[in-house]
Design a protein around this ligand. Structure first.
Ligand SMILES: Cc1cc2nc3c(=O)[nH]c(=O)nc-3n(C[C@H](O)[C@H](O)[C@H](O)COP(=O)(O)OP(=O)(O)OC[C@H]3O[C@@H](n4cnc5c(N)ncnc54)[C@H](O)[C@@H]3O)c2cc1C
Length: 344
């Protein structure tokens, strides 16, 4: 086991901020995971498992335990019939590489989730979603190590507690399970319209009539590249706030003051509001804050970028200003999407 000590955590978050980890190990197999866990138990230190760090903000205090960086690789397909294919992928596989392989094999189900950074296992944690697809829509089972029983188990998708950008892995059972592989059900063939509105507009504008998984993937990549910064170049963690969900009655009240506020209807008389629009209207469009070194991304104000912030405290001060201004304008409290580690 190659355990590193006193490691800078800013290298393990795409926001590029945070203190130091007492210990850190990269694992490549289930056996490595077991060894790392028993080492941490022997040392009586806490453990956290991460993938690409694209949805994590490390506190300046750092992490006093063992950070396990997941590189577990695997890719297998199982064909049920000419239409239905199952893919099992190791949780440490790069997610976009899995999407690319599936799309190139003519499989549909995850192409709208193209170019989302990070690892395959982490997709379950916040039930990643984009352009009308969520990982929960294709997941069949997850192979996880359950720290409560001390063994690997297979968990059905229906037992993962999925919701909008959430799951049991992020809420009630946070830290209990280490995801080691996922199995997806995909189908062969074209994508069936209707497409998500912005995707539909793109394919129309570019006269794309062949809705193959590869073509839709390319369209998603083109849209994302025009709106989002590449975390390999600009420090960010994607959408910093979740889109708020309110009741239809609350929307009526809000519209009396802000008639132009956009919304998407959900089930049960609930509506989702675009956090980007709220942030924009609260005065943070293409906003560069000299005091903290933080900014909002010009093409998408929902993305906070670290231009020259020195600490997580800088980021949190900038976040607090946005939350406060949006609340003052609309009476809505924005919730942070990337997790702050370690938990308070
Ligand atoms: C530019 C950009 C665009 C983005 N776009 C989207 C988007 O469109 N939609 C979307 O939903 N998200 C988006 N994200 C957020 C992020 O990419 C996803 O949440 C991604 O799934 C995180 O993967 P990761 O490997 O980096 O996870 P990490 O950030 O390393 O970890 C995230 C959480 O998952 C836990 N975790 C990680 N791996 C495991 C495991 N194997 N077992 C148990 N727990 C684990 C960690 O402990 C942590 O709690 C974006 C981020 C960026 C930077």
């Amino acid at each position: 086991m190659n355990i590193l000590h006193d490691v800078a955590l800013s290298d393990y978050s795409t926001m590029g901020l945070g203190g130091r980890a007492a210990h850190l190990i990269t694992i490549e197999s289930r056996m490595d995971l077991l060894e790392a866990l028993s080492w941490a138990q022997a040392q009586s230190v806490p453990v956290v498992m991460i993938g690409g760090g694209s949805n994590i903000i490390w506190r300046d205090e750092g992490f006093p335990g063992l950070v396990i960086v997941n590189h577990i690789q695997r890719y297998e397909t199982f064909k049920e019939d000419d239409e239905n294919i199952y893919i099992t992928a190791g949780s440490g596989e790069n997610w976009d590489t899995v999407v690319e392989r599936a799309a190139q094999a003519g499989l549909t189900g995850i192409e709208a989730l193209s170019l989302i950074p990070g690892t395959t296992g982490a997709t379950l944690v916040q039930n990643i979603g984009a352009y009308g697809q969520e990982i929960s829509g294709s997941l069949v089972t997850a192979e996880v190590f359950d720290t409560k029983i001390g063994d690997f188990i297979t968990m059905r998708a229906s037992d993962c507690g999925f919701g909008y950008r959430t799951s049991r892995f992020k809420t009630v059972d946070r830290g209990r399970f280490y995801i080691t592989a996922i199995t997806l059900h995909l189908t062969k063939g074209q994508i069936q319209p209707p497409l998500y509105a912005s995707l539909a507009a793109y394919v129309k504008e570019h006269s794309i009539t062949d809705l193959s998984p590869v073509n839709v993937r390319q369209a998603v990549i083109a849209i994302r590249n025009s709106r989002l910064p590449d975390p390999a170049i600009v420090h960010n963690t994607g959408s910093f706030f979740a889109n708020p969900i309110i009741s239809a009655n609350e929307l009526i009240d809000l519209r009396s003051l802000h008639p132009d506020i956009p919304s998407w209807p959900l089930n049960n008389d609930r509506v989702k509001l675009p956090a980007a629009w709220l942030i924009d209207k609260a005065g943070f469009k293409d906003y560069h804050d000299a005091a903290t070194g933080m900014a909002t991304w010009a093409a998408q104000p929902l993305v906070l970028v670290n231009e020259k912030a020195k600490t997580t405290a800088d980021l949190l001060a900038f976040k607090a200003r946005i939350v406060s201004e949006v609340h003052d304008h609309f009476g809505i409290t924005l919730e942070q999407e990337p997790e702050l580690f370690p938990l308070a």
